[in-house]
Ligand binder design. Structure first.
Ligand SMILES: CC(C)(COP(=O)(O)OP(=O)(O)OC[C@H]1O[C@@H](n2cnc3c(N)ncnc32)[C@H](O)[C@@H]1OP(=O)(O)O)[C@@H](O)C(=O)NCCC(=O)NCCS
Length: 162
C-alpha cells in the first residue's frame, strides 16, 4: 500500500528518479523544471529540506512498497492558516485516482498537523486533469490566476476551506 510520507533526506534518490523518468510527461502540462534543476539537484533538495525545517513548507512524497516515488504533494507558503498546494503524479499510475485520494488525505493532514483552514491551488485552464482532481477533492474556483505563475498560460485559483 503506498504511503504518504513527509519529505526526508533519504528520499532524494527516489525523488530524482521520479522527476527524471516523468520529466517529459510533466512538461506537457506544467512548466519544465529546466536543466539546472537536475544539474543542481542535491543543493536544491537540501534547500527544500531547510525550508521545511523552518515551517514555511511541508513537502510530501507518496512512496510505493518498493521505495519508488509515485507522487509529490506539497504545501508551500504556509502562513496564517493558509497554504498553496502543488502536486504531480507518475505517468505509470495516472488515471487511477492517486492524485485525488492523496489530495484529500493531505487536506486532512493539513488541518491536523499544520492547523491550516484554507488551501489554495492554481491550475492552467487547459490542465483538465488537475481541475478534475481539485473539484473531486472539494476545491472550488475562486478567481483568475496570474499567467506568469503558470508558464504564461491563463488559469484559475481553486480553494478549499477545511
Ligand atoms: C494532474 C495529475 C496530478 C493527475 O493525477 P492522477 O493521479 O492521474 O489523477 P486522478 O486519477 O486522481 O484524477 C484525474 C482525473 O482527470 C481526468 N482527466 C485526465 N485527463 C483528462 C483530460 N485530458 N481531460 C479531461 N479529464 C481528464 C480523469 O478522467 C480523472 O477524472 P475522473 O476520475 O472523473 O475520471 C497528473 O496528471 C500530473 O501529475 N500531471 C502533471 C503535473 C500537473 O499537472 N500537476 C498539477 C499542477 S496544478
Amino acid at each position: 500500500m503506498p504511503e504518504l510520507q513527509r519529505l526526508r533526506a533519504d528520499h532524494a534518490p527516489a525523488v530524482l528518479a521520479f522527476e527524471s523518468a516523468n520529466r517529459a510527461y510533466f512538461a506537457a502540462s506544467i512548466p519544465d523544471r529546466g536543466d539546472a534543476y537536475f544539474d543542481q539537484f542535491t543543493d536544491r533538495y537540501h534547500a527544500l529540506l531547510a525550508e521545511q525545517e523552518a515551517g514555511i513548507c511541508a513537502f510530501h512524497v507518496l512512496v510505493a512498497e518498493d521505495g519508488s516515488v509515485l507522487g509529490r504533494f506539497n504545501l508551500v507558503d504556509i502562513e496564517h492558516g493558509t497554504a498553496e498546494l502543488g502536486y504531480r503524479v507518475a505517468q505509470h499510475v495516472a488515471g487511477r485516482g492517486v492524485a485525488t485520494a492523496t489530495v484529500r488525505k493531505l487536506c486532512r493532514l493539513a488541518a491536523a498537523r499544520h492547523e491550516l483552514h484554507t488551501i489554495r491551488a492554481a491550475t492552467a485552464r487547459e490542465n483538465a486533469a488537475s481541475q478534475r482532481v481539485l473539484t473531486k477533492a472539494g476545491f472550488v474556483p475562486v478567481g483568475p490566476a496570474d499567467p506568469a505563475d503558470l508558464g504564461g498560460k491563463p488559469g484559475t485559483w481553486y480553494q478549499r476551506d477545511i
